[in-house]
Ligand binder design. Structure first.
Ligand code: NDP
Length: 481
């Protein structure tokens, strides 16, 4: 199903109602570079209204038995499932990913909501005797600002909505202005599912994000985005001591041991780096390959890169890679490619695109063993460019992999899984995989070490991050002597 975004209407969701923006802003189709449609711009006044609606809805929502909120999450999932094609189509148009991946993203939203609904949030009995009863429980924080990036517009929301709502909070969701449309429709289809004010969805340019994080009405800021913005968010939250969870940038290293089956591992590594055109926080962004297999693996990867189909996923369902998702990110990746060219590094495939090409397309590009000081090694490319880095001693590979301000994910690839496990234990990252990458599960926490973030999402730990810990102590009457 394909309905052009320009044929649809988009409204904010505030207090359970459709709200026109104070004005509009343009949303661009990354496959063409042309304006897709206009989205509603949330004014300061409307932001206040959204926060007031969430504050107003909070007491009743928090007072519901948790079992009732679990049921709400499941109904949300059922409703989303019935709109999979519509939501996926919008993700394709505004974000530029292949339709099959967009469908999986929508399915993942439902899956995450259902799995989150099943997470137990138990009280702890600290003491229960003649003297006193002491219980530690987890109470909601209040109103949550959920701020998400453009790479997985609905996927990123899925990590926040389920746990925030299950814990008893109400939410103001602000997706990226590059990809507002699917989230606006999400708000629309959930208007009849959730009580008014429990979920508000607002969009806008011109610093709407920073207006959220400096708004005194939030008790928690759950932010996913770049490390640079994350620092600003944290500073902003200091004013009210709003709780923060920061899921930030990464520069994930993969280390390939010499005993791998090169052909088999090449396909896995290719998609670990280039799925969604490299625009995944946990994508492989630096590939350390043992010298014995370096040339073979480089050749296999280059062949895969040459064979992959690149195109506009709204026009062709068989496209395997879409464009870079917006002009800003496209410029970032071009800047890195220009630097690689200027420094004289070897391109094994891909390279700078033809400037006459419409849309933000860059073919998957492999850079042949640049120095560790290269920008393409040190910086997060968040696009379809991968440096291959040669090593001989595993201690050297581990030290180089760890030599980064980032620590989001990492992976180790080897036939001897015990040896690979030994290497994995020495990597500084929030999630380290052996012989796979990017596998996430709603009941398993993930988050960044170092400057890749603070706190975790998903799992019990991710749910607890949307609560305050409260200890209740009841002193029993004591018999008089
Ligand atoms: P940005 O940091 O630019 O933006 C993220 C979100 O924050 C957007 O909604 C943005 O709105 C908003 N925003 C921008 N400036 C501010 C501000 N000063 N205060 C509050 N909010 C603000 O990141 P990108 O959208 O470019 O996303 C890419 C980055 O996200 C990469 O670094 C990537 O690694 C990281 N990321 C991390 C993940 C993780 O789980 N650790 C997962 C996915 C991505 P607007 O777009 O409208 O400006």
């Amino acid at each position: 199903m394909h309905i052009p975004a320009s044929d649809q209407t988009f409204t904010l969701t505030i207090d359970g109602l459709p709200v026109e923006g104070a004005s509009t802003f343009d949303v661009t189709n990354p496959s063409t570079g042309q304006i897709l449609t206009a989205a509603p711009q949330c004014s300061d006044e409307q932001l206040d209204q959204a926060v007031a609606a969430a504050r107003g809805a909070f007491p009743a929502w928090a007072a519901l038995p948790v079992e009732r909120r679990r049921q709400y999450l499941r109904t949300m999932a059922d409703t989303i499932d019935t709109h999979t094609e519509m939501l996926a189509d919008l993700v394709v148009q505004e974000q530029g990913k292949p339709r099959s991946i967009a469908r999986a993203e929508v399915a993942g939203l439902g899956y995450w909501l259902r799995a989150t609904a099943d997470i137990a949030l138990a009280d702890t009995v600290n003491q229960d005797d003649e003297e006193r009863r002491s219980i530690t429980r987890h109470v909601p924080l209040g109103v949550v600002a959920a701020i998400t990036p453009w790479n997985y517009p609905l996927g990123q929301a899925s990590f926040k909505l389920g746990p925030a709502l299950l814990a008893g909070n109400t939410v103001v969701l602000k997706p990226s202005a590059f990809t507002p449309l699917a989230n606006l429709k999400l708000g629309e289809i959930l208007r009849d599912v959730l009580p008014a004010g429990v979920l508000n969805v607002i969009t806008g340019t011109g610093g709407l994000g920073s207006r959220l994080t400096s708004h005194p009405g939030f008790n928690k800021i759950s932010f996913t985005g770049s490390t640079q913005t994350g620092r600003t968010v944290m500073a902003s939250a200091a004013a009210t001591l709003a709780r923060v969870t920061l899921e930030l940038g990464g520069n994930d290293a993969a280390i390939v041991l010499p005993d791998v089956d090169v052909k088999q591992v090449a396909a896995q590594l290719f998609w670990a780096a280039f799925a969604n055109s490299g625009q995944i926080c946990l994508a492989t962004k630096r590939l350390y390959v043992h010298a014995d297999i370096y040339d073979d693996l480089a050749r296999e990867l280059a062949e895969l890169a040459a064979a992959v189909t690149l195109g506009d996923p709204a026009q062709d369902d068989s496209v395997e890679l879409g464009p870079v998702s917006n002009r800003r990110q496209y410029q970032t990746v071009l800047d890195l490619l220009n630097d690689c060219r200027d420094q004289g590094y070897t391109f094994l495939c891909g390279g700078l695109p033809d400037p006459e090409t419409a849309g933000y397309f860059i073919r998957p590009t492999l850079i042949d063993n640049p120095p560790d000081s290269a920008r393409i090694v040190r910086e997060e490319q968040f696009g379809p460019v991968l440096p291959l880095l040669k090593y001989t001693a595993i201690t050297d590979a581990i030290a180089r992999a760890n030599s980064s301000e980032y620590g989001l994910g990492a992976s180790v690839w080897g036939a001897d899984t015990e040896a690979a496990h030994q290497v994995a234990q020495q990597l500084q990252a929030g999630t380290v995989w052996v012989n796979e990458s990017m596998h996430l599960h709603p009941q398993v926490p993930f988050g960044g070490h170092k400057q890749s973030g603070i706190g975790v999402e998903s799992g019990l730990a991710g749910l607890l991050a949307f609560t305050n810990t409260q200890t209740l102590t009841i002193k029993h009457p004591q018999p008089t002597a």
